[in-house]
Design a protein around this ligand. Structure first.
Ligand SMILES: Cc1cc2nc3c(=O)[nH]c(=O)nc-3n(C[C@H](O)[C@H](O)[C@H](O)COP(=O)(O)O)c2cc1C
Length: 168
């Protein structure tokens, strides 16, 4: 089983979170810059952990958007994908961490299993495309409004993923 952590090296907070996830995970993790990645490369892993900030009222960044045709060209059956995302539920209450849901949908529609669902701890927002059956379909982090919770959330999520990926 091999696992990759994929995020844009040009982000600020997403990259900071990725560093924490990496340190909680340990050595057995390949780090990939999403801005230089391609779908075939990502599909060569059994497990992916993908980072996505939400920008511009509920959109995923261009580097993910541009990779969609390449992702769709690969066979994702039997693969696990987990998504972590950053957002701001007070200033963007209609689109809180939409990017998590959008990215999860893309991989799920291609046959991947989405792992790492987490509970909704706060409800300052109105809508989120990341919600599936009363949970977030990934790790939703709000560093703007709840920065003190992030470390605990990340550590618990890594433990959860190791179990759900079967890499423990
Ligand atoms: C112009 C702009 C648009 C944003 N749009 C959203 C949004 O639609 N939904 C959301 O949850 N957060 C939104 N955010 C908040 C960012 O996702 C949040 O600040 C995140 O931590 C940024 O991560 P980064 O530093 O890795 O880019 C927006 C921020 C900015 C500056």
């Amino acid at each position: 089983m091999n696992t990759a952590l994929v995020y844009s090296f040009n982000t600020i907070k997403t990259a900071r979170v990725a560093e924490h996830i990496k340190s909680y995970w340990g050595d057995d993790l390949t780090i990939i810059n999403a801005e230089e990645a391609n779908g075939r490369q990502l599909a060569s892993f059994d497990n992916l952990i993908c980072g996505v900030p939400t920008w511009f009222d509920g959109e995923i960044p261009n580097y993910w958007d541009e990779m969609v045709p390449e992702i769709e060209a690969e066979d994702w059956s039997g693969k696990n994908v987990a998504v972590f995302g950053l957002g701001d539920q007070v200033n963007y209450p209609e689109n809180f961490v939409d990017g998590i849901g959008l990215l999860a949908d893309i991989f799920e529609n291609c046959g991947a299993a989405i792992k790492g669902f987490t509970p909704i701890n706060h409800s300052d927002f109105e809508n989120s495309r990341a919600i599936r059956e009363d949970q977030f379909c990934g790790l939703a982090l709000d560093l703007e409004n709840y920065p003190g919770e992030a470390n605990g959330q990340m550590e618990a999520w890594v433990k959860q993923l190791k179990e759900e990926f079967g890499t423990k």
